[in-house]
Design a protein. Structure first.
Length: 354
C-alpha cells in the first residue's frame, strides 16, 4: 500500500530548497497528483469515458481539501453539497414559519372528505409561485384559531420534515461519498453503500407528505401505502449492501431498483386522482409530481447511458459528464416535490374531515 501511495505522489522542487539564512532545511511537502484511468486500481475503474483527473489513495486530510481543487469529482461533490445547503435553508425557513393547524381534531377522524372538498390546492396560482416559495399560513390561521400548541403543529407537519430530512441525508451522504471515496478501497465501499442508502431513504421519505396528507382521513390507506414503500426500501437497502452490487457493472441494476420504488407511487397516485377527480385544482400538484418524476427519469437516463462523455471520451472529465447532470436533475426533482409537499401541507392545514 505504501509503495502504491508513493507512486501517486511527487515532491515539489521548491520544497527541497533550503534557506541560506537558516541552518535547518525545511521538510519536503508531499503533493498528490491526479492520475489517468489506466493508472487506477480495478475497484476505481467505474467510467472508462472519464480519462483523467482521478484521485487515488489520498489521505483523508488531502481528500477533504480537494474540495477546493479541480478534479473529476469536484462538481459531483459541489452539486449535491449546494443542494444540501439549499434544503437545510428551506428547513430552517419553514421551522421559522411553521404552518398553523385549523382543526387538530381532523387527525383523529376516520374518513376522507368528499370529492368536491378534497382539493389539493385552494389557489390556482400556487404552481406559478415556484417550488421554493415558502408558504406562511400564520396570519391566516390566527384568524381562525386563537391558540395552537406546538405539539399540534408538529403532529401535522412532521411528514413534511421527514421528507426534508431524507433529502438532506441523501444529498449530504452523496457529497461525502464523492469527496472521500478516493481514500481506500474499504472506505470507498462503505461510502458507496451509504450513498445507496441515502438514495433509498430519500425515495421512501418522499412518499410521506402526499400519502399522509391526501389519505389522512382514511388512515388504513396511509398504513398500506407507507408500509408498502418502507418494506420495498428495506429490501432495496439489504440488496445494495451486498458488495457485489456496488460495482460499476451493476449500475443498470441499481437504477432499476430505485425506479421500481418510484413506480410504486403510481398506485397511490391513481387512487388519489380517483378520490379528487372532480376537483380541477388537482392538476397543480399533479404538475409538480410529474415534473419530479420527469426530472428523476431524465437524470437516471444520463446516469445509465453515460452521455455525453461516451460520445467524446476525455472531453467532459472535469465538467459536464453524466453523473454531474444526474445530480442536477436529482435536485430539480426534489425541489419539484418540495413544491407539491408545500401544497399538501397547506391543504391539510385548511381542510378537515367531515
Amino acid at each position: 500500500m505504501d509503495q502504491e501511495k508513493d507512486q501517486n505522489t511527487c515532491f515539489s522542487p521548491q520544497d527541497s530548497v533550503t534557506d541560506g539564512n537558516k541552518k535547518m532545511g525545511r521538510n519536503k511537502r508531499r503533493i498528490y497528483r491526479l492520475l489517468s484511468f489506466h493508472e487506477l486500481p480495478d475497484y476505481m475503474k467505474d467510467n472508462e469515458y472519464i480519462l483523467n483527473y482521478y484521485r487515488v489513495n489520498w489521505p483523508l486530510k488531502e481528500a477533504f481539501f480537494s474540495l477546493f481543487r479541480w478534479h473529476n469529482e469536484t462538481l459531483n461533490v459541489w452539486t449535491h453539497l449546494v443542494g444540501f445547503i439549499l434544503f437545510l435553508g428551506l428547513t430552517i425557513a419553514n421551522l421559522n414559519h411553521v404552518p398553523q393547524v385549523t382543526d387538530f381534531i381532523t387527525m383523529f377522524t376516520g374518513h376522507f372528505p368528499s370529492s368536491a372538498e378534497a382539493n389539493v390546492s385552494h389557489n390556482s396560482n400556487d404552481f406559478s409561485l415556484g417550488p421554493t416559495k415558502l408558504i406562511d399560513l400564520k396570519q391566516e390561521s390566527h384568524m381562525n384559531m386563537d391558540i395552537t400548541s406546538t405539539d399540534e403543529m408538529a403532529a401535522v407537519s412532521w411528514p413534511f420534515y421527514v421528507f426534508l430530512g431524507g433529502s438532506m441525508f441523501c444529498l449530504f451522504s452523496s457529497s461525502i461519498c464523492h469527496l472521500f471515496s478516493c481514500h481506500s478501497h474499504h472506505l470507498s465501499l462503505l461510502l458507496l453503500q451509504m450513498d445507496y442508502v441515502g438514495i433509498t431513504v430519500m425515495i421512501i421519505t418522499s412518499f410521506f407528505p402526499p400519502i399522509y396528507y391526501i389519505f389522512q382521513c382514511t388512515s388504513h390507506w396511509q398504513f398500506v401505502y407507507l408500509t408498502g414503500i418502507t418494506i420495498m426500501g428495506i429490501c432495496t437497502i439489504i440488496t445494495l449492501l451486498t458488495p457485489a452490487f456496488s460495482s460499476g457493472k451493476c449500475r443498470a441494476f441499481r437504477a432499476c431498483l430505485f425506479m421500481s420504488m418510484g413506480l410504486f407511487g403510481i398506485v397511490p397516485a391513481i387512487h388519489a386522482l380517483a378520490v379528487n377527480w372532480n376537483d380541477p385544482h388537482r392538476n397543480i400538484t399533479l404538475a409538480y409530481e410529474l415534473a419530479m418524476a420527469l426530472s428523476y427519469l431524465i437524470g437516471t437516463m444520463f446516469y445509465v447511458s453515460r452521455i455525453p462523455e461516451r460520445w467524446k471520451p476525455g472531453w467532459f472529465d472535469l465538467a459536464g459528464h453524466s453523473h454531474q447532470i444526474f445530480h442536477v436533475f436529482v435536485i430539480m426533482g426534489a425541489l419539484a416535490h418540495y413544491g407539491a409537499a408545500q401544497i399538501f401541507l397547506r391543504y391539510r392545514s385548511r381542510m378537515g374531515c367531515d
